[in-house]
Design a protein around this ligand. Structure first.
Ligand SMILES: [Zn+2]
Length: 135
């Protein structure tokens, strides 16, 4: 694992508005430290070490994404994962009143499934934060 200098970590965190760039969870309400995700993994897929290849990610999203860069959609088409540097979250997802994140594109649907964005714990945390008006 590459050690990322603190100023760069802070830059990535602030750019993400202190939220996971995949599930949108605010980092201040997580008991586990958020991490830098290399959107295109360096070793497996030749991604760069620069900030344009970095995303602020909660431990759940970073762990479930692992070294994936895409997956098969419902039609069996190989589809890239959501890229927070080149795409807008709202173009691929929305969160409903039950705190479920829905994919509105193939990219969104593949990302929801591969990153398990609607795990029971993730939904519970989102519902709780919405209920407390902290979302
Ligand atoms: Zn997340």
């Amino acid at each position: 694992m590459t050690r990322i200098p603190l100023p760069l970590r802070q830059q990535v965190r602030e750019r993400a508005n202190n939220r996971c760039e995949y599930c949108r969870t605010p980092d201040q309400y997580s008991s586990n430290a958020f991490q830098i995700d290399h959107i295109i993994p360096i070793k497996r897929h030749g991604g760069s070490e620069g900030p344009h290849n970095m995303a602020w990610a909660c431990p759940h999203c970073n762990r479930t994404k692992e070294t994936d860069v895409g997956g098969y959609d419902e039609a069996g088409v190989l589809t890239p994962l959501f890229n927070p540097r080149t795409q807008l979250w709202g173009d691929h997802f929305y969160m409903d009143e039950a705190a479920i994140i829905n994919g509105t594109s193939s990219i969104g649907q593949v990302t929801v499934r591969l990153l398990d964005l609607n795990s029971p714990l993730s939904v519970y945390v989102r519902l709780t934060l919405v209920g407390l008006k902290l979302w």
